[in-house]
Design a protein. Structure first.
Length: 77
């Protein structure tokens, strides 16, 4: 299991899509062992989508991701 998402205490944490994806992948392995971690996986999956959209400059996709994070069902399109 890669732990590249862990924070180095000497540096300021950054939450880019690569770090979030690494955390998501780590939690996916936990979900395979115990489904109790599924809500964390779902949250990280959404956070990865939002971070990737921000990096692309896709404001509409960011808004949709944030709406999903708030529990709203949003049509993609």
């Amino acid at each position: 299991m890669s732990r590249s998402f862990l924070i180095n205490k000497k540096s300021k944490p950054t939450f880019n899509s690569a770090r979030l994806a690494a955390a998501r992948d780590f939690v996916a392995e936990l979900v395979a062992v115990d489904p109790i971690y599924l809500p964390i996986f779902i949250r990280l999956e959404n956070e990865v989508e939002i971070a990737e959209a921000r990096e692309r400059g896709d404001v509409l996709a960011v808004a949709r991701g944030l709406a999903r994070a708030g529990g709203r069902d949003v049509k993609s399109g």
